[in-house]
Design a protein around this ligand. Structure first.
Ligand SMILES: [Zn+2]
Length: 74
């Protein structure tokens, strides 16, 4: 029943997004909210599990860097 219904826009790998198939929650919802997850019905493309994990890591590193950077007054 796990037929891939979407393609990762990053690496082109076919995978299953539960939201695309009408489920209320997808496996991607279990990931931390560090990365935006497309909402059902918006037609946004999901990333595959591997890319999502990589993007979350990248985002996390980016955010950590931002926290370390002091705010510069105008
Ligand atoms: Zn991917």
């Amino acid at each position: 029943m796990s037929k891939s219904n979407t393609v990762c826009p990053r690496c082109g790998e076919a995978f299953v997004c539960a939201m695309q198939s009408g489920e209320a929650a997808c496996w991607c919802a279990a990931y931390p909210a560090a990365f935006e997850v497309p909402k059902a019905g918006e037609g946004g493309a999901c990333y595959c599990p591997r890319c999502l994990a990589e993007l979350i890591e990248a985002r996390r590193a980016q955010m950590a860097g931002m926290h370390c950077r002091p705010l510069r007054p105008r």
